[in-house]
Write a protein that binds this ligand. Structure first.
Ligand code: DOR
Ligand code: ZN
Ligand code: ZN
Length: 427
């Protein structure tokens, strides 16, 4: 083997002491003993698949004072995310193939880890043409950063039909604009929640359930107990963010916690933790949405969005250490299920899969500090939280993080588009 990684690996649902053999960037074999030209013996340390973050905003092109593909994917590497799927609300918006390919070229030169790009859906975009390079589609049912609102609900059914032809998944931001209270001018997290109440999400999800046809609809950032209940028995996939799990509208973080959908209440948090544990909510995704501190200064005018790609896995690993969350379910939700939903040969320690691997020393607790993170925005709403950062990160068999230091190369990260339309990944 070109490379062997040895340690206590989570293979499917069990931790086994084994060797993972890697050839040409892919996992070739998993055995008790393997010989390699390069051999990392990690002893009793934990070996897990790298995470796939199916929802990030890397702001590149057009908003690179907040983040760019270099800083965004550096954050990924430090946080154990080996592939990130980037949202289309950049400038120009990615709603046509030219913008999509331009973004791909730019990202390809800067990325430290692998990435995929979403195509944004606007009322007159060419859905079929976008399929060539997009990992999936994104629909916004509410106004937010960028300009991609689909509030003509009558058009939804046709849009889902067209997307279904491509066999790609479609992620939907579900908040019903009509039910927001525009008379309030919120100056606190509590009031912000009042202006975008839980019913907005419930109504938004219903619109997706009623119009999706056979399309592979995926509900972004479920944030309410009502939303979680609504999808409980539906064959629809969904995600939850770390900020909706760990924070609520009573958190003392002011405008840093302003985000869409808003931070909710502790009863919602509880419902989200349960739904994630049970798999009603399939995956975790950070919705990493960095804004500068200047843009977060004044609540009323602050830009909505919270960074989180670097802290998502570390926060959850600490929960695992505290016996508050199951390791198998974490790996399922952060690695395996996003791989399945977006048709990637990633997110599992199994032959044929990309050798995207992290090594974790569960003894190495750290306190999260914004100034130590690698996003351009330089802050985190999780300041002071305990976390466990991966010690090594491998992307397709190459070391990107070694002993908590960046050794990866800018431009090494490659674009993924998913093997849709029955196209099997050739091995
Ligand atoms: O708070 C948010 N910020 N919600 C979104 O849907 C978009 C995001 C952003 O891009 O800033
Ligand atoms: Zn969203
Ligand atoms: Zn988002």
């Amino acid at each position: 083997m070109e490379l062997v990684i040895e340690g206590n690996a989570l293979i499917d649902k069990e931790i086994v002491k084994c060797c993972i053999g890697v050839e040409e960037g892919k996992i070739k074999a998993i055995k008790k003993i393997l010989k390699g030209e390069k051999h990392h013996d990690f002893g009793d340390k934990l070996i897990l698949p790298g995470a796939i973050d199916a929802h990030v905003h890397f702001r590149d092109p057009g908003l690179t004072h907040k983040e760019d593909f270099g800083t965004g994917t550096t954050s990924c590497a430090f946080g154990g995310v080996t592939c990130a799927l980037d949202m289309p609300n950049t400038l120009p918006p990615v709603t046509n193939i030219l913008a999509l390919e331009e973004k791909a070229r730019n990202a390809d030169m800067k990325a430290f880890v692998d990435f995929g790009l979403f195509a944004g859906v606007s009322l007159n975009c060419d859905i079929e043409a976008l399929a060539k390079s997009a990992v999936g589609y994104k629909i916004y049912l509410a106004t937010t950063t960028g300009d991609m609102l689909i509030d003509d609900y009558k058009a939804l059914e046709g849009i889902f039909k067209d997307i279904n032809e491509t066999e790609k998944p479609v992620s939907v931001h579900c908040e019903d604009e009509a039910l927001m209270d525009r008379t309030l001018n919120p100056d606190s997290l509590r009031k912000y929640l009042k202006s975008r109440p839980n019913i907005c999400e419930e109504s938004g999800i219903k619109k997706v359930l009623n119009n999706r046809g056979n399309a592979k609809a995926h509900i972004c950032h479920v944030s309410t107990s009502e939303g979680a209940r609504l999808i409980e028995n539906e064959s629809i996939t969904s995600e939850v963010t770390p900020h909706h799990l760990f924070l609520n509208s009573n958190s003392d973080i002011g405008a840093l916690g302003k985000v869409n959908p808003p931070l909710r209440e502790s009863k919602d948090q509880e419902a989200l933790w349960n739904a994630l544990s049970q798999g009603t909510i399939d995956i975790m995704a950070s919705d990493h949405a960095p804004h500068t501190l200047d843009e977060k200064e004044q609540f009323e005018t602050a830009a909505p969005g919270i960074p989180g790609v670097e802290t998502m896995v570390p926060l959850m690993l600490y929960m695992v250490k505290q016996n508050k969350f199951q390791l198998e379910r974490l790996v399922d939700a952060a690695c395996k299920r996003p791989g399945e939903i977006f048709h990637l040969k990633k997110g599992r320690l199994a032959p044929g899969y990309d050798a995207d691997i992290i090594m974790v020393d569960m003894r190495s607790e750290a306190e999260i500090k914004g100034k130590n993170l690698h996003s351009k925005c330089g802050w985190t709403p999780f300041e002071g939280f305990s976390a466990i950062f991966p010690r090594f990160t491998f992307v397709r068999g190459e070391v990107v993080i070694e002993d908590w230091e960046l050794t990866g190369e800018r431009g090494y990260g490659k674009m993924v588009i998913g093997n849709h339309m029955g196209m099997e990944n050739k091995e």
